[in-house]
Design a protein around this ligand. Sequence first.
Ligand code: FNR
Length: 186
Amino acid sequence: MKTLDVVGLCASLRTGSVNRMALELAGARMPSSMHLDIIEWRDVAPFDADILAAGFPSTVQALRDRIRRCDGVVIATPEYNFSVPGMFKNTLDWLSRGEDQPFARKPVAILSASPGPLGGSRVQYELRKILLFVNAMVLIKPEVFIGGSTAKFDGAGACVDETTRGFVTAQMQAFEGWIQAVQRMR
Ligand code: FNR
């Protein structure tokens, strides 16, 4: 069976991001039929429709091409002021443009981590709303909210909480089935 090519996007740019740790955990906990490739979006410029009128910048075009090519996307996001981090929203705004925007019918799984108790529960619904606009096929359940995240990863970024490992493993197993189900619909 073909290996499922899954792109990972971390919505935090921070060195030591717990969301990046969570994304790496998702990659490590995927079924063997899936492979996670975490890609970077740091160099995407602020959205400007005048720039777009002249064509997508090369940074955006590279993201568009990579996401269009993959079988699915996992997004790990912090919650900033109950919403999606602005810099990442800017990247999604770029990616949402064009008739051939890459999220159309793309399977997506979301997870979030926060030192607070709710684990970024509000940001996930903000992100789902954005992904609805671009016709992404977002996995519904299981949802993964990693609250109290500071205690759940060690200094090397390894998850030290068995419950969290279990939730992420279950989500990635469900995501494998979701990708296959969406591909059968094509
Ligand atoms: C936060 N943080 C935060 N946490 C939360 O649970 N709900 C929130 O609304 C916010 N708002 C917020 C705004 C801004 C501007 C910052 C910088 C932070 C705290 C946030 O969850 C925490 O810094 C995480 O560790 C960020 O994720 P990474 O960078 O570790 O992945």
